[in-house]
Design a protein around this ligand. Structure first.
Ligand code: MN
Length: 161
């Protein structure tokens, strides 16, 4: 787990350096969709087929990062918490999100999920539909923004409200 968090911090540091190098002095940076890298979500923190695109490369002093995550039907994150918190916006499809020990919510396009720091939760697609979400995640000064835990079982995933 510490390795993952360290890798995330290294990636964040590299991205900060990237942004600093690329932004024209006194101006802003536009990154075309074609240049945004999409990576397959690790099977150490996701169940099923998940694709992650990091959208914002946090600027120096900017305490949040964002990403676009595509979950194929039935896929979902492992249980996890965020040290500052996270906001999710559902962009496409139908999703699921649940808090540990509670029933799971169904998410539709345009829905917002506001998750405070330390709340153990997961997010993913519906069993029969994909889901695309935008994430806005608070980031600590050392780059940490998530603590991963165990997989979400089928029984937990299917425990709908
Ligand atoms: Mn989350």
């Amino acid at each position: 787990m510490k390795i993952l968090i360290t890798l995330a911090a290294v990636a964040l540091a590299l991205n900060c350096a990237y942004a600093e190098q690329k932004i024209p002095e006194g101006s802003q940076l536009v990154i075309p969709a074609s240049e945004m890298q999409a990576v397959k979500g690790s099977d150490k923190v996701f169940t099923g087929d998940v694709t992650v695109q990091q959208l914002s490369e946090p600027l120096p002093g900017m305490a949040a990062g964002s990403g676009m995550v595509t979950f194929q039907p039935g896929s979902r994150s492992f249980w996890h918490t965020h040290p500052i918190g996270q906001v999710l916006i559902i962009l496409k499809g139908e999703g699921r999100s649940g808090v540990y020990g509670e029933k799971v919510s169904v998410l539709k396009k345009g829905d917002l999920v506001v998750c405070p720091k330390g709340v153990k939760h997961f997010h993913g697609a519906a069993p029969d539909q994909k889901m695309v979400q935008m994430t806005i995640t608070g980031t600590l000064p050392d780059g940490q923004n998530v603590e991963w835990m165990e997989p979400v079982t089928d029984e937990q995933y299917n425990n709908i409200k």
